[in-house]
Design a protein. Structure first.
Length: 97
């Protein structure tokens, strides 16, 4: 039984690693050794989004504030992107610039 469980776990690890390589996630993983220079270049911008406060009362003013922030972020996310083009993973599309 133990040998069977070890065999199944090795098979599942093999499947997971093959999906990791075949899906292209391997190229996006900056935590791998050898990508120190790319990791240094991939810094976040100085703008920090201060979202909706989790404290305070729930009233009309706070709901309006939340809706305003939500609509603003939703508008930023609605960039017209062709999902089948090569620009989907560009820096501009991913808001990395």
């Amino acid at each position: 039984m133990i040998i069977g469980v070890i065999g199944i776990s090795l098979f599942l690890v093999y499947v997971a690693l093959s999906l990791y390589v075949s899906s292209g996630t391997l190229q996006l993983d900056l935590s791998r050794p050898g990508y120190d220079s790319a990791r240094k270049e991939a810094v976040k911008g100085s703008e920090v989004f201060k979202g909706y406060s989790e404290d305070g009362p729930i009233d009309a003013q706070s709901l309006n504030e939340f809706e305003t922030l939500y609509r603003q972020k939703a508008a930023e996310a609605l960039i017209e992107i062709d999902a089948f083009s090569g620009d989907v993973l560009s820096d501009e599309t991913l808001s990395l610039e």
